[in-house]
Write a protein that binds this ligand. Structure first.
Ligand SMILES: NC(=O)c1ccc[n+]([C@@H]2O[C@H](COP(=O)([O-])OP(=O)(O)OC[C@H]3O[C@@H](n4cnc5c(N)ncnc54)[C@H](OP(=O)(O)O)[C@@H]3O)[C@@H](O)[C@H]2O)c1
Length: 340
């Protein structure tokens, strides 16, 4: 059968969303799925018409019909599971955060280079057509000079204590789970942060239930970012520039962004506001947006690339180092940090 053969490693929540979007992207097919439990793999395979169901991750990565493995396990296992796939000669798209800390992420990148395989963090925000358009328009100065960015992402997590969202051993915490998105948005739109500061509310287990981050970016641009597992945030994103204001309805799943210019010399805020300009992507959003990251992997594999220009390794590592620094400030440590 033609097309790039995907193997999905793990059958949790995001694996289902991914499989739904994979079905709408041309050029790829769900070759196989692997789970710790064969029944789970079989049920997933039946739902999404996968070519094969495997009762272990080892069998999945050994499947010759699989070209690229999508790692969808909890972050604490990303390095081990990506290692399995890379050592079996497969390319890897690994869920975010790439790993628990920068040292693990550097190790994953090293393994990908050693085996000469493609590796990309599944940072679909960076592949989203609206975000990409906004980043290129801002870089071209179309909306003036950015002065301040605000982005927040949060939803109330009602999960049992052993769930990956609450278990420190599985890498639980608002920063790694959700805060990575506002931090990535700021990085994509403003460049690399010069300084970041965080405050957090920690659980009794020492995980960050909510975190607020302020950042200073090149040219004196400031950012305020928040992530929460205890409240329903607006998910809004906004960039104030010296010529007006850009708003993203939901920066996590944007359907559109709009720029409202402000006229020079308006006597007050309402007088000065002009007609908003819609900012639309150059390509359609595929599925729920995961499709665009899948299309990017297809594009890179066909071009023989080992990393994506949209989610380069250096960018992923920069974000991982930022989160290490912020975790140091708020006092969140994972078992994988031992000895560091
Ligand atoms: N890109 C996004 O928008 C997005 C959204 C949500 C999550 N994520 C990321 O995707 C990853 C998975 O998140 P999720 O919400 O899908 O998690 P989840 O629903 O808890 O599923 C995780 C899956 O990992 C496998 N697994 C292997 N070892 C495990 C262990 N010891 N404990 C629990 N599960 C284990 C299980 O699959 P089997 O039983 O089949 O082996 C499980 O179903 C995380 O890194 C998360 O940050 C990304």
């Amino acid at each position: 059968m033609d097309g790039i053969g995907w193997g999905i490693l793990a059958t949790g929540k995001i694996a289902h969303s991914f499989a739904r979007d994979l079905a709408v992207v041309p050029g790829g097919r769900l070759a196989a799925v692997g789970s710790r439990r064969l029944e789970s793999a079989e049920s997933f395979a039946a739902t999404y018409d996968a070519g094969a169901a495997h009762g272990s991750y080892e069998e999945l990565v050994a499947d010759p019909a699989v070209d690229v493995v999508y790692v969808a396990s909890p972050h604490a296992f990303h390095l081990a599971h990506a290692r399995l796939a890379l050592e079996a000669g497969k390319h890897v798209l690994c869920e975010k955060p790439l790993t628990l800390n920068a040292a693990e992420a550097e190790e994953m990148v090293r393994l990908a280079r050693k085996h000469d395989r493609f590796l990309m963090e599944a940072m679909w925000t960076a592949c989203h057509p609206v975000v990409r358009r906004l980043a290129s328009d801002l870089a071209a100065g179309r909306f003036g000079r950015p002065q301040h960015l605000h982005a927040e992402l949060g939803f109330r997590v009602d999960a049992p204590p052993g769930d990956r969202m609450l278990d420190p051993d599985l890498g639980a915490g608002a920063l790694l789970d959700m805060g990575i998105y506002p931090l990535t948005l700021a990085h994509l739109l403003l460049g690399q942060a010069e300084s970041l500061r965080a405050l957090a509310h920690l659980s009794e287990d020492g995980i960050d239930l909510a975190v607020a981050v302020t950042g200073r970016y090149p040219a004196g641009v400031l950012a305020t970012m928040a992530a929460s597992m205890t409240s329903w945030s607006s998910r809004a994103g906004a960039i104030a520039t010296d010529l007006g204001r850009i708003e993203l309805d939901d920066f996590h799943h944007p359907t559109r962004a709009r720029f409202t210019p402000y006229a020079e010399g308006g006597s007050n805020d309402l007088d000065a506001r002009q007609e908003p300009v819609e900012i639309v992507g150059d390509e359609p959003v595929l599925g729920h947006g995961y499709g665009n990251e899948i299309a990017e992997v297809h594009r890179c594999l066909r071009a023989g690339l080992t990393e994506s220009p949209l989610v380069p390794h250096a960018q992923t590592l920069t974000l991982m180092r930022q989160m290490d620094e912020l975790r140091g400030q708020i006092g969140v440590r994972y078992p994988a940090d031992a000895g560091r």
